[in-house]
Design a protein around this ligand. Structure first.
Ligand SMILES: C[S@@+](CC[C@H](N)C(=O)[O-])C[C@H]1O[C@@H](n2cnc3c(N)ncnc32)[C@H](O)[C@@H]1O
Length: 189
């Protein structure tokens, strides 16, 4: 992590204290960064970039492992901040930004995906996972944020990943709660 990126992340943490960004915690960011460095995915999909705090944590690791990061954000003001923050962090060239509703655009993805970070609307996680499912590589990792803070809103999602044989899933008490699911395609076929 360069000094420049650390400084940008710190500034965004201060901004987040003022509200309105709904960024992940620094602990969650560090975890996402570490897991990308360890698992070395080739294609990462993020839903809900906001102003790019989580995107920077993911992109910093994506750059190091040579992964492609595709992120969705549909609020134009957030997209402007996202672009500006990624430019400041010198990470913009590692990220493909889709400035649109992920629910409408996920179907267009041609890539096989091996890492997903879900952080849009919590009641849409299951719909989004099902759109991504045909494109997931075996052993793909799906991380869903707010699995403790919003567990009731994402009840259908949590039930699915914990009961569908194609997934191995566990809850981690990191930040607002991360549901970490591994797609075991072999089990579903
Ligand atoms: C919790 S915030 C994301 C915070 C960000 N991941 C971070 O930690 O820095 C949720 C964001 O998802 C965006 N969003 C929600 N549903 C979306 C969708 N279907 N497509 C694209 N963006 C979406 C919202 O506009 C909002 O900025």
């Amino acid at each position: 992590m360069t000094e420049r990126i650390t400084k940008i992340l710190k500034n965004l943490e201060e901004l987040n204290q003022q509200g309105g960004q709904w960024n992940i915690s620094a602990e969650t960011g560090q975890f996402l960064n570490k897991i990308v460095l360890t698992k070395k995915p080739e294609v990462i999909v993020e839903i809900g970039a906001s102003n790019g705090y989580s995107t920077i944590w993911l992109a910093e690791a994506a750059k190091k492992v040579g992964a492609k990061l595709i992120t969705y954000e549909f609020v134009p003001e957030k997209v402007r901040d996202l672009v500006s923050n990624l430019q400041k962090a010198d990470l913009i060239k590692y990220v493909q930004i889709i400035p649109d509703d992920a629910n409408k655009r996920l179907g267009e993805l041609n890539e096989r995906i091996d890492f997903v970070f879900l952080d849009g609307r919590k009641n849409e996680y299951l719909q989004q996972l099902k759109l991504l499912e045909p494109k997931l590589k075996p052993d793909a990792i799906i991380i869903a944020d707010n699995a403790i803070s919003h567990k009731h809103v994402m009840e259908d999602y949590l039930y699915y990943v914990n009961n569908e044989k194609a997934y191995q899933s566990e809850l981690k008490d990191i930040g607002t709660g991360l549901e970490i699911s591994i797609f075991k395609k072999a089990l579903s076929t």
